[in-house]
Design a protein around this ligand. Sequence first.
Ligand code: HEM
Length: 507
Amino acid sequence: MEASLQLVMNSMSLGILCASIVFILVGKLVFSCWIIPFLGYRKLKRNGFSGPKPSFPFGNLNDIKLLSSFSSSSPLSISNNIHSTAFPYFAVWQKLYGKVMVYWLGTEAFLYIADPQFVKEMSADIKGKGWGKPNVFKQDREPMFGSGLVMVEGDDWVRHRHVITPAFSPANLKSATDMLDRWGSLVSSGQPEIDVEREIIRTAGEIIAKTSFGISYGNGRKVLEKLRDVQITLFKTNRYVGVPFGKYLNLKETLEAKALGEEIDALLHEIIAERRTKIRGGEAKDLLGMLMADDKNKRALTTKELVDECKTFFFGGHETTALSLTWTLLLLAIHPTWQEELREEIKLVVGDGELRDVAMLAGLKKMGWVMNEVLRLYPPAPNVQRQARQDIRVGKVVIPNGTNMWIDVVSMHHDEKLWGKDVHEFKPERFEDNIYGGCNHKMGFLPFGFGGRMCVGRNLTAMEYKIMLTLILTRFSFSLSPNYCHEPSHMLSLRPKHGMPLIFKPL
Ligand code: HEM
């Protein structure tokens, strides 16, 4: 009798324990998925920020999908007025709620900002180290960037940036010449149409693999191909970023990205291990070598940090530069007078010789204007992201601690009020005497971001851009293929959705 009473008591306590655990778990879930976002919503509203009404648990994801489905592409007309094509939902919401408003990715609030004065005021007192990067993207994009420089924060960011910045020295760009040889043989074999997007991304990948990691394209290509696969997987339109348990709604994509991320890590571990043996032999001239040379220093990066930085640089170091060249070739193909202007400038600065001396690049001034104008009209990094790590006062309003921020660079670069009536025209001369291109606000032109977290690779990019464009312009003239279909689209970077076929003629 006593034994069976004990058994009942035991199973009751077990039942109570299980019920308590379930209660706590459900409570935690409701708190993090519903109460916290709801309190955040109220705080943002109290501060006067409005925006499209979110629904639980998807936020505005369904509106984004719906409005994106109306976006159009056209094989015939090429307009540089791209904001409503690439970001139709922001274009619609901006008209309704203004240039600073709130939208929701699942249960994550994002403060959308397309007003340079607001960017200036919100960043006035915050140093690079004080900014966060949205946790929701850190988790989602872990297979691509890990905790590399783009995502890392606080004292770790200071340490990474300190180790990395000096490593940006003039790079070996021989592979650009190899690309042009490849194009030359394609043209002479009777195939004058080339998809320059694919070709240039390949070459820029080759350059970063060689110059930053001292590895052959063969090895680098494996990493780049897998990074590209992760990018495609992560940017499939049907994903639920920000939705609680969203990764389980996209289980196939989540597992695919994770597996690819692990394969990339394994390849990079191999490359790093190989370099460790070489460095002992005294070879440390490229980015990876320099990042590893400090191994005994207490600021040195761990192997996991090195792997993450390699991923970051492999990706960040080739795609943006390649896209700036790709969009340049589009604009030069439809503005042949600018092709001629640049050829004339090259003749004056470089003569008939070869562009060997990096100092010559500074003389290519018009090419610099063209690069800035392309980065204005088609910024390869179309937005800059931050997360508040403290309450931030901007005039009368407060951005609450933890708020994600999405700064819409494309919108600011295409804002008639900032640039004037000719805002959508390709006019490189607007940068002739003015590094801000005549924009009436200094924070209105942000192709490389702003403040302490501004892009570390911007000087390398300018160099690579000028060398590659000089090589292309002195060997070929080019025009647009009738097969080109103009649809700039957002897949982390701003890219031509249907590639960039051009017709090349050797000079
Ligand atoms: C046209 C070419 C490029 C564009 C448009 C571009 C754009 C950007 C932008 C907008 C940011 C964010 C800045 C911010 O948060 O304020 C960034 C950061 C970064 N970029 Fe670039 N980038 C380019 C080329 C490169 C290259 C060639 C490399 C490396 C070789 C590179 C490596 C990085 C890294 C590591 C960061 C993170 C910096 C930090 O948070 O401290 N980028 N870039």
